[in-house]
Design a protein around this ligand. Structure first.
Ligand SMILES: [Zn+2]
Length: 350
């Protein structure tokens, strides 16, 4: 195992930057996974994940630059309810998937978040989802009475929210979304499976803190590094082989330290919905079931890939049950943290 103390990596000119943990700020990292290939085969090359010795989070090294990020994504990446270019059979398949898998998951994720702050929300409460994609999770929050807003860097998603779902939305990435709203605008800021895709983790935490009203809540869902599935599958763990689109995989401790360093109170990490946790195992065992690969096939190929993924999901549910009974960390978690109800009083220097 190589160790980085205060010395830079020098295996290539691009690695002249120093590896730093983006969660706790620690500078002592060890090589954890090398030879990591893009599971979608979209971005060529091999990469390395390094592990922070302070908090256990994994960090891609070197971290890609912001301007590189958009080029890492294939045209069809995440689940899309309305596949405009697909034939009617594939459209039917996506609708069935939505009812059987995605909607229960989004419904459950909204419940996990809202149960945690059940004593909180006043009438007219406002929610912003950063990296909202097609806004399907926002529908679950809207159904529970929230005034929902979305932000995504994909203009097609923003158009879909505004004109199909009737949800106000802005076209912005995590670094610039704060420019679109006044300070203290929202009661809840969410980011589902966004954080691990960013070269600057603190941008979401900082903008979340700024946009939340005093006493408001932040909810961030992401894969976790302290999960036994990662050790079992290694570089084939789908959260690892999603690099370079995944640039970090935080530990629970890393998430909590990052939230506290940004001023949040009482951070905690809850297990994500069991479908999401089980799917991480399924996609690691059956890589062809991912949305990009499956939807690139004809109807029969897509159906076969998704059915195999469904079998993998059953295995993933068993793995999740073992995690629960053994007390192991889930493969995906949701960080919940509260902005202090009152701004901290300035220090008086006498
Ligand atoms: Zn760390």
């Amino acid at each position: 195992m190589n160790a980085i103390m205060m010395e830079p990596l020098v295996s290539s000119p691009r690695m002249a930057q120093k590896a730093i943990c983006l969660y706790c700020g620690g500078s002592e990292l060890q090589l954890a996974y090398r030879g990591v290939r893009d599971r979608l085969g979209f971005v060529p090359g091999e990469r390395e994940f390094w592990q922070c010795q302070e908090c256990g989070s994994l960090v891609l090294h070197p971290i890609p630059r912001w301007e590189e990020v958009a080029s890492f994504y294939p045209p069809v990446y995440t689940f899309t309810y309305d596949l405009a270019e697909a034939n009617s059979l594939k459209r039917r398949l996506t609708r069935w998937e939505y009812r059987a898998f995605y909607r229960p998951q989004y419904h459950g994720q909204a419940n996990i978040v809202l149960r945690h702050l059940a004593h909180q929300p006043p009438p007219g409460r406002k929610l912003l989802d950063i990296g909202c994609g097609r806004g399907l999770r926002l529908l679950e929050f809207r159904a529970r009475g929230w005034d929902v807003h979305g932000a995504d860097f994909d203009s097609a998603c923003v158009h879909y929210l505004r004109h199909t779902l009737g949800i106000p939305a802005v076209c912005a990435d995590a670094a610039s979304v704060g420019q679109h709203y006044p300070h203290h605008s929202f009661d809840l800021v969410t980011a589902f499976h966004l954080l691990e895709h960013l070269p600057d983790v603190s941008s979401v935490l900082a903008v979340g803190f700024d946009l939340l009203k005093p006493g408001g809540w932040l909810a961030i869902a992401c894969p976790l590094a302290d999960n036994p599935g990662l050790r079992l599958f290694g570089t084939h763990w789908c959260a690892v082989s999603e690099a370079p689109r995944h640039m970090t995989i935080p530990s629970r401790r890393g998430l909590i330290l990052a939230a506290m360093n940004h001023g949040f109170q009482n951070p905690t990490v809850l297990p994500d919905h069991f479908f999401q946790c089980a799917a991480t195992y399924a996609l690691s065992a059956v890589p062809m079931a991912n949305t990009t690969s499956a939807m690139a096939r004809g109807f029969v190929g897509a159906l076969t890939a998704r059915l195999l993924g469904g079998i993998g999901l059953i295995g993933g549910l068993l793995a999740r049950a073992i995690e629960i009974t053994s007390g192991a960390a889930p493969s995906c978690g949701i960080l919940l943290a509260r902005k202090p109800a009152r701004e901290a009083a300035p220090e008086v220097v006498s």
